[in-house]
Design a protein around this ligand. Structure first.
Ligand SMILES: O=P(O)(O)OC[C@H]1O[C@H](OP(=O)(O)OP(=O)(O)O)[C@H](O)[C@@H]1O
Ligand SMILES: O=C(O)c1cc(=O)[nH]c(=O)[nH]1
Length: 213
């Protein structure tokens, strides 16, 4: 694990973004840990979060035209990333997000921000079974755009619909690279170094046996 990944785990734990307990996921799975990006809930947190995403994007070195943040938690992530790409990396990148319910007055529609066209970099918080990414793909394809890549904070490294990981399925189905700031493997490594976290580590390992790849 790299120093910035350890720093990211500690940042997430300090804000209770990364928590241990019993959580029901979008996929219906019951998980002993949860990443709630909504708790990066102050200006300074968002600026710091955006710096992690912007640095990871520059590192990934993928060509894209527009950042897309799916509602809801992808919205502040895309906004914060765009700000830090401009502030720290001098890159002025267009960004766009969707509404979960289409608006039928004013400007109308379900997209806000830049037109969703060209090569799209999707930014979100986590991938579990890959449903959210598939929902975003419907929006991207309906606009005639193509997926360039996906950047998330946490790759939970879980099975998708079949035996492949959700991420392998996305890479196979959409021919796009998925990058994460941290993976479950990094989290497990971190927990193994903390004697006080032994109980959580055991539960995470058991969950990994069942749903991990
Ligand atoms: O890979 P999956 O199995 O789809 O699970 C992960 C997705 O689930 C959550 O989103 P949710 O749709 O709950 O939306 P929110 O951003 O509105 O909280 C989370 O923010 C991810 O986008
Ligand atoms: O799979 C999910 O629904 C999920 C997992 C997680 O860690 N965080 C989150 O917001 N959603």
């Amino acid at each position: 694990m790299k120093a910035y990944q350890r720093e990211f785990i500690e940042f997430a734990m300090s804000k209770d973004v990364l928590k241990f307990g019993e959580f029901t996921l979008k996929s219906g799975r019951t998980s002993p840990y949860f990443f709630n990006a909504g708790l990066f809930n102050s200006g300074r947190d968002l600026a710091r979060l955006g710096r992690f995403y912007a640095a990871a994007l520059v590192d990934a070195n993928i060509q894209y035209d527009v950042l897309f943040g799916p509602a809801y938690k992808g919205i502040p992530i895309a906004s914060a990333t765009a700000v830090q790409l401009a502030e720290v990396h001098d890159q002025d990148v267009p960004y766009c997000f969707n509404r979960k319910e289409a608006k039928d007055h004013g400007e109308g529609g379900n997209l806000v921000g830049s037109p969703l066209q060209g090569r799209i970099m999707l930014v979100d918080d986590v991938i579990t079974a890959g449903t959210a990414i598939r929902e975003s793909m419907d929006i991207i394809q309906a606009n005639g755009a193509e997926l360039a890549g996906v950047l998330i904070a946490l790759d939970r490294q879980e099975k998708g619909k079949g035996e492949l990981s959700a991420i392998q399925e996305v890479e196979r189905d959409y021919n796009a690279e998925v990058t994460a700031i941290i993976t479950l493997a990094d989290l497990v490594e971190y927990l193994s170094e903390q004697p006080a976290m032994a109980e959580h580590l055991e539960q995470v390992q058991a969950y990994r046996q069942q749903y991990g790849i």
